[in-house]
Design a protein. Structure first.
Length: 64
């Protein structure tokens, strides 16, 4: 018996500066996981979070 998907889904937030700039000093990309309500926020989420690779607060966008 499989449960149907709920309203809340798990999303991945990825740093936009690390992803767009390949000449960073480290080759990693900062990623966070979070949950969002599919009914209330149907568009992609953007949150300002701390990036360990950039050593500053940057915008993290939701990935697929």
């Amino acid at each position: 018996m499989a449960k149907n998907k709920g309203v809340r889904i798990v999303i991945t937030l990825e740093c936009t500066e690390c992803r767009s700039n390949p000449t960073k000093r480290s080759n990693g990309v900062s990623r966070y996981t979070s949950q969002k309500n599919r009914r209330n926020t149907s568009e992609r989420l953007e949150v300002k979070k701390f990036c360990r690779h950039c050593n500053k607060h940057t915008v993290h966008k939701e990935t697929k």
